[in-house]
Design a protein around this ligand. Structure first.
Ligand code: HEM
Length: 457
């Protein structure tokens, strides 16, 4: 384990988590310390450590406290009452309470609402023009999430909730708020507290409307009505859980869709074959859930996209509840362990030629639950994974029924990690071409994305 320069690693890490992680892995192998304190920050790379850490939720807890201090009784404290900050028995109990909201029957209802939004939004994308696909998928996923999860279809309300949740996610890890957590007007911390108050107000209003108008088929209704063996969410907790769903649900979905669109544009034969499959199975109809299950090529493309470009490349900050061994190293209680889907997915033993985009590898690939973890693994695996998988497939089918993605010459795509999500840094300019137009796509791009994927050029 490196014993020099580790504090510097932490600063570098927050600047570019993916790059730092790749360098640490290359220099030090499977276990690398990022800080030099008694109970420091440690990276553990690979399926073996994923299993050790993720399967044992008793020994490794999620961070219970918010990164930026949340004064007792404040709106910020309310927003920190949710599944991600809960541990042990409480986490198990609350997760069970939430599971019916993601049942198969509920997912079918969400799919129906989502398809109406996707039809409208994709139908409005201008054919033959180059535009920012990061923005386009973001707006589409946002509208889908607001409609299916919260029953909100009014444009101004969608935008307000989106702005509040984005501002909240930025400020909760903003260095300014972390370094100076005092409510002095004009400071990031003061802005953070005000944003929390506005977000809580908005969530309370959503809950009140749902109660007044009667429960429906959306996720919010399922959470408001959730009950298991007499256990229900308290009013405060309901606000926190709904706030979490607001912030966890759409950007991950949007970026997974956007990365898949880019990979398809860069691999035109794969895209044409997929368009042909969609034509055969779905035609011009709105795709049903059964249609989606009859498009195995779509699953392969998505599996491969999420392998190479997982929406959450570094994750799973876990705090050890007792001392433990990691390989040859004995680590103390209180150590923070970080795991990485991105690095896990580059294991050549499981994924030969790991940097190549090869959807066909998924035809007969056998992967263990800790070899492939875009949605995590173990007792904290993404609870919205089924919904996200369904939504991304619906979005891609809706788009590919209307056109194809193309990369204009000299397109630059840099990646960045903001919060925990990996996205194209300055957007992603793609052409959305009509099926009838002659194909003209570049096979390569400029930019730092080339560090993560081996493209043809
Ligand atoms: C492509 C989209 C998505 C990706 C890649 C993704 C990824 C993940 C990952 C990797 C975890 C595990 C985190 C950990 O172990 O520390 C997670 C957890 C979680 N996700 Fe997702 N997610 C997606 C969509 C969603 C959606 C749509 C929702 C809600 C509707 C959601 C809600 C959650 C929640 C509540 C947890 C915490 C689960 C727990 O601690 O028990 N996610 N997600």
């Amino acid at each position: 384990m490196p014993l020099w320069g580790p504090q510097l690693n932490l600063v570098k890490f927050f600047g570019n988590p993916v790059k730092t992680m790749l360098e640490l892995h290359q220099s030090y192998g499977e276990v690398a310390a990022m800080t030099h304190n008694h109970a420091g920050w440690v990276f553990a790379f690979g399926a073996k450590y994923n299993q050790q850490i993720l399967s044992d939720a008793q020994a490794f807890h999620n961070f219970a406290e918010s990164p930026v201090p949340a004064p007792e009784g404040s709106a910020a404290a309310m927003l920190n009452h949710h599944l991600v900050s809960q541990n042990a028995g409480v986490h198990r109990e609350k997760r069970r309470l939430m599971m019916p909201a993601f049942s198969k029957a509920r997912l079918l209802g969400y799919a129906e609402r989502a398809s109406a939004v996707i039809e409208r939004v994709a139908g409005g994308w201008p054919r033959g023009e180059v535009f920012d696909m990061r923005r386009a998928f973001f707006d589409m996923s946002l509208e889908v999430a607001m409609s299916t999860l919260f029953g909100v279809d009014v444009g101004s309300e969608v935008q307000r909730l989106s702005l509040l949740s984005q501002r909240f996610l930025e400020l909760i890890i903003s260095p300014g708020a972390l370094l100076f957590p005092f409510r002095v007007p004009g400071t990031p911390y003061a802005r953070y507290l005000v944003t929390c108050e506005e977000l809580v107000g908005a969530v309370e209003a959503l809950i009140a409307t749902r109660r007044r108008e009667g429960l429906g088929s959306d996720l919010l209704s399922a959470l408001v009505g959730a009950e298991e063996d007499g256990v229900r969410f308290s009013e405060h907790e309901l606000v926190g859980q709904v706030g979490l769903m607001l912030s966890a649900s759409h950007e991950t979905t949007a970026m997974s869709s956007a990365w898949a669109a880019l990979m398809l544009a860069l691999h035109p034969e794969e895209q044409e074959a997929l368009i042909e499959d969609i034509r055969e199975v779905v035609g011009d109809r709105v795709a049903t859930a059964e249609d989606l299950d009859r498009l195995p090529r779509l699953d392969r493309v998505l599996n491969e996209t999420m392998r190479l470009l997982p929406a959450t490349p570094v994750l799973f900050y876990r705090r050890a509840q007792r001392s433990f061994r990691l390989g040859d190293h004995e680590l103390p209680e209180g150590s923070t362990v970080l795991l990485s889907p991105l690095l896990t997915h580059r294991e050549a033993r499981v994924f030969p030629e790991p940097l190549r985009f090869r959807p066909d590898r998924w035809r007969d690939l056998e992967v263990g639950p800790y070899d492939y973890i875009p949605f995590g693994a173990g007792p904290r695996r993404c609870i919205g994974g089924g919904f996200a998988w369904q939504t991304v497939r619906q979005i891609l089918v809706g788009a590919l029924q209307r056109g194809r993605f193309e990369v204009p010459e000299r397109t630059r795509v840099d990646y960045r990690v903001s919060g925990i999500i990996m996205s194209p840094k300055r957007g992603m300019s793609l052409r959305f071409a009509a099926h009838e137009s002659p194909p003209r796509t570049a096979r390569g791009i400029d930019g730092t994305l080339n560090e993560l994927v081996a493209l043809a050029n």
